[in-house]
Design a protein around this ligand. Sequence first.
Ligand code: HEM
Length: 407
Amino acid sequence: MTPTRFDLNAPEVIADPYPHYAWLREHAPVYHDRDLGLWVLSRHDDVATALRDSDRFSSDTGGPWSDLSANPFNPSMKVAAPVARAARRLPAPRVLLTSDPPDHTMLRRKVSRAFTPRRIASWEPRIRQITERLLSQMTARGGRVDLVRDLASPLPTTVIAEMMGVPPERQDRFRRWSDKAIDGLLTNGSLRSTLHGTAAMSAYFAAAVRKRRRNPRDDLISLLVTDGDEAPLSAGELVTFCILLLVAGNETTTNLISNTMLALMDNPRAMEMLQADPGLAGAAVEETLRYDGPGQGLLRLTKADVTFGDVTIPAGHRVLPLIASANRDPRRHPDPDAFRLDRGRTDHLAFGTGIHFCIGHALARLESTVAIESLARLGLTPRPAGTPERINSPVLRGLRTLPLTLT
Ligand code: HEM
């Protein structure tokens, strides 16, 4: 198949974007999608430039409510003009992910102490316990399982909920809220479900913040409310950050675990190597981040005219640096379409780069490695048991279901 143009939302692109990215890198590395009002970057060097140059590429794309009727990741979403106008008037607290310096510098300094390598590493025994419990429930069900439902989805949700001090009986609701919030923004879900999920999470976290201010405990929300700073985060900023953690961390980690399993099943030699040495789980996760990572692209807004080669992107335009295409760029990664466990750490961009580099990368790597390693240690062979159902999104790459037999 030889594509002639690139349509981010076309079903065949969502099903397998990689040949389309290869076409872009070769024929239109700075591609202008006039319908979506979006400039698409696909080569490693250009993508890295856009992410590292926060002076010219702003992350402040206006927030999720800024232009609801022109969401490039869900163009079918229909929003009546009065609703879009009302949404633009909603209070908009500063959000780490979509802010620029100096706000970003201040927010990042405050929240990063909750994600130090030592703090994350201290969670390893608990992550192993939760994984063991999920695996024993899964194997007790018999041979046929759904890896997403039984392991990849509940593991990160349970871990982040425990970190935030959410009681176990509320944790299922958590998953549903964060699923709903993502649904309309990044997949083909409705605005109604996004607003519903976000409102439910906001109400929950607003109450949790009030409680922790009165009675701090040993959890992440308490750490954030008691930062001892002269200019503490406002209640709105705290609530928004809690929501960001759920939205940015759950679905992505779920997808990393299931994408890793899918890549291993598609590459029997790699699967055999892992079964023989479960210590290779970290290498499998790292290679999946490069080869088929959970995030395909990010959004930026040009603050000045920017020239790549002979193409100039004017100021004030939206740019989509395709990190998943950068990760398959043969100029950077030899034999990029091969899934190999012996690459070692590459400079893939699955967690971004520059000032917005993922704050949860160590947690995501730890959870995914423990999940894949513990599965391999079961000594059972996973085999496909039906067609996996893919998430319908141009930017989130992952599975809704991954039916398997373990024999
Ligand atoms: C930022 C990917 C897991 C929290 C980012 C960015 C990427 C990314 C690409 C940069 C966004 C940008 O430059 O615009 C991933 C992937 C994950 C993952 C692939 C899993 C495999 C997590 C987890 C958490 C988390 C587990 C927290 C619990 C965040 C936050 C930011 C971020 C708060 C914003 C950082 C900033 O703007 O300074 N992530 N993430 N992520 N991630 Fe992750």
